[in-house]
Design a protein around this ligand. Sequence first.
Ligand code: NAP
Length: 323
Amino acid sequence: MRKERVVIIGSGPAGMAAALYTARAQLAPTVIIGNQLGGQAAITHEIDNYPGFPEGISGPELMERMKAQAERFGAKFEWDMVTEVDFTHGTPFTVRTYNETYLADSVIVTIGADPRKLGIPGELEGIGRGVSYCGTCDGFFFRGKNIFVVGGGDSAVSEAIFLTRFANHVTLIHRRDTLRAGVALQKRFFENEKISVIWDSVLEEILRDESGTVNAARVKNLKTGEVQIMPTEGVFIFIGHDPNSPIFARQLAMNEAGYVITDERYRTSVEGVFAAGEIQDEIWRQVATSVGQGTGAAMSAIHWLEENEERLQSLDAEPTAGD
Ligand code: NAP
């Protein structure tokens, strides 16, 4: 059992910013890294829109720098995964991981969101063999190939444009006949000669050759009902994200989509527990906005700990079971 002032769950941009601010407030936060140091940003090849890096910076390098900066002020990073939390009895909160049980005066949840899956046959089996959820990570492997992109939002459209840097041709498959993406992106998209669109259609199955590599997909037109097997060398899926919130079920209030509900100070439904980044933000989803949210959550946690200092100290003095 380890007693901490602040436990930060997740090590993406929001978690890194929260670690930096709480570390500089002398709170020696512990960051539970999760399955990817730096979160989704760390699997982004090039980040060109994070202020301060005029030449751009690779995702892994940016996240390593953020970690080093937080460590400089005393943040502790643990290569571990949270398995269970108990926020029901108030502070100190219990955070269980594979290797440790933490008792934390306050918790900052920055566990992010993962790419949504289509849930069709061949999808999971094809990951790493032609199915991808990250153009910036995997586009390079599709040089000269003909690929599909699924979705009609900003992500699908911007990634489709990006993928034309590598692919011979990109076919976007969308379930409706209009795109959800912004107007400026759509203009660049429709002007790109390497892109074509199949409207009103969904993938029903991703097919693979004997070696397991993606070589076709079964595509259904929702208006006509027609089903076609269409050859393709890759399928990139951008249909939104699912927040990594099941572990907080019955612990924190969430909206219908599973995003943790916070107020303008990043306070959750449990006093002393804060949330920042893509676990509570389904709109902006940028490294820069997550950093801002993580900073806000950390400042709220710092104020809350200050305001409750006496109460927390008296709780510390109480004997616990096992003492
Ligand atoms: P999104 O806006 O929710 O779009 C998801 C797309 O996937 C929609 O077109 C949706 O179709 C489609 N879709 C959802 N479930 C599907 C399914 N099961 N089968 C087939 N298609 C499915 O998600 P996003 O594009 O990831 O964007 C998320 C947020 O980040 C948005 O607020 C977006 O503006 C922002 N963002 C901004 C930028 C930027 O450059 N400004 C870049 C990326 C993301 P329908 O249209 O029919 O619902």
